[in-house]
Design a protein around this ligand. Structure first.
Ligand code: CMP
Length: 245
């Protein structure tokens, strides 16, 4: 990881960070003095679950995954976060250790703020506080949905739901989920490993492999190395809709 102090020329860049939208010039100038930028390589750990929390990060460019690990070393991926999203705010709000490990999935640049500066900003910038609360509310909803799915859906249904969500996000936003993803012809290509899929839906790699084989036999997708091509998105949606009935 490389770290650098930000300078005055950074103000213009800060102005374009969505979370910071609406900050006054003096607030941006103060941020440019107190914030730091960090660069992480792909696979690099930003911090570990259980560490003491001293700063919040805003992703300027790149992507990280939010991971919890069991004592046996099994990994559950809670989320992928990308440009404009923040992480590490929870420990600064409740003074407890880091709730999850953060790992970069590609070269990633973040802006970090120490606790005292973050708290000051929250007090002085109500729009920023509201935006952050909105993001936390969305995460709470998504985590609630994960718990609900774990309780009520089987592995095949959870996998179909995850694939539909990833494919839909790709089509609607053209974003990279969870790494480079693209729509090619009528097939939607997702670059994701079976292990990552298993970690995202709380299942074993073997059970994911079995469900993928069943989807492939039904002509819903093609399985490649580190990638999947979705051929029949409506067919996959059908698996999810039947599960919700
Ligand atoms: P913190 O607990 O300080 O460190 C880990 C960070 O991961 C946490 O703050 C949040 O920013 C982020 N995080 C934790 N749980 C989730 C989740 N369910 N979805 C998205 N991000 C999360």
């Amino acid at each position: 990881m490389t770290t650098s102090r930000t300078g005055a020329l950074f103000v213009e860049q800060l102005r374009h960070v969505p979370l910071l939208r609406g900050l006054t010039d003096p607030q941006l100038a103060e941020l440019s003095r107190t914030a730091r930028t960090h660069r992480f390589d792909a696979e690099q750990i930003v911090f570990l679950q259980g560490d003491a929390g001293d700063c919040v990060h805003i992703i300027l460019r790149g992507q990280v995954k939010v991971v919890t690990t069991s004592r046996a070393g099994h990994e559950a991926i809670l989320a992928f976060l990308a440009d404009g999203e923040s992480f590490g705010e929870m420990s600064l709000l409740d003074d407890l250790p880091r709730s999850a490990t953060i790992q970069a999935t590609m070269p990633t640049t973040t802006l970090s703020l120490r606790k005292a500066d973050f708290h000051k900003l929250l007090r002085e910038a109500p729009d920023l506080s509201l935006r952050l609360l909105r993001a936390l509310a969305r995460r709470l909803r998504e985590t609630g949905m994960l718990v609900q799915d774990a309780a009520f859906l089987d592995v095949g249904e959870r996998l179909a739901k995850k694939l539909v969500a990833m494919a839909t996000e790709t089509i609607e936003l053209g974003v990279t989920v969870p790494s480079a993803t693209r729509v090619s012809g009528s097939a939607i290509e997702l670059r994701v490993t079976q292990q990552d899929l298993a970690s995202m839906i709380g299942a074993t790699r073997e059970s994911v492999n079995k469900s993928l084989a069943s989807f492939r036999a039904r002509g819903l997708l093609v399985v490649g190395r580190h990638r999947l091509s979705i051929l029949d998105l409506d067919g996959l949606r059908g698996v999810v809709d039947r599960a919700d009935d």
